[in-house]
Write a protein that binds this ligand. Sequence first.
Ligand code: MN
Length: 325
Amino acid sequence: MSNLEKAPPEITGEPEPVPASGIEILAPRDVPLGGPRAMTVRRTLPQRSRSLIGAWCFVDHYGPDLVADRGGMVVPPHPHTGLQTVSWLFAGEIDHRDSIGSHAPVRPGELNLMTAGNGIAHSEVSTAATTVLHGAQLWLALPDDARFGTPDFEHYTPPAVAFAGGVARVFLGSLLGSTSPARTFSPIVGAQVDFVAGAEIDLPVNPEFEHGILLDSGSLSVDGSAVETGHLAYRPAGSSALRLVVGDLGARLLLIGGAPFGEQIIMWWNFIGRTHDEVVRFREQWQADVVAGASETGRFGKVAGYDGQPLPAPELPNVRLKLRG
Ligand code: MN
């Protein structure tokens, strides 16, 4: 997934205080993914009032979309630095290729985790057999001591863990006794949780984590606050259970959480850095080495097997990029 937002909200300074209910509801905005028949995604993170939930810094949610109507996903090779991408599908299939030689399908219920570290490039294209595309892409910011590490790609299929009221698939971290082996660099959790109609659960969670609940389908309240489909409910750290009350249609959600990140980041286009000048350098290297074709062995390498041109970086804004978080 590539960030093609034309006018991202300016996100600076401190997050706003959480409402007295203890739950902050983050509404999505529609963002086109780009391309001639651009599908749109619903972006709930980052936004003005909040940049990070733990290390989670980017939440795009899409579909269910009929590929025949919406064009599917066609994202040409583009770069990343300083982050991990977490691809998670509910329906459809995406073909992933990257510049460290990975070529893998993204399928429902299976984690594809790409660690950009020092730099990587990848392409993402929904497969010809896909009629309905439905899923999410999330990014994790890498802490300063890991952000120039070796790029990596992992695949993991979590078991479906049944509990009273539902089923969980824990793709990162630990929840309900299920632990993912996928490598992360700060204390975090990520899971798909499906609830039966009428479930009322006190879901045990790490009290040191802040959490986000993205409602994919159905109806739900979190600690007494109703959440609409496609919205992200944020709850700060400090409590060892999430009170979830599910409506008559059941509910499917993504639970994300983590220890407050504790570092400020600069996020611009597909790069995460710490200074304006660093991001300028990442952009220059992508444009020179890959878009202009000067080197296949630079920071971002080359995505083999993609039939088409890489995505050029947009122009930088005329102001210096600001730290957030
Ligand atoms: Mn991407």
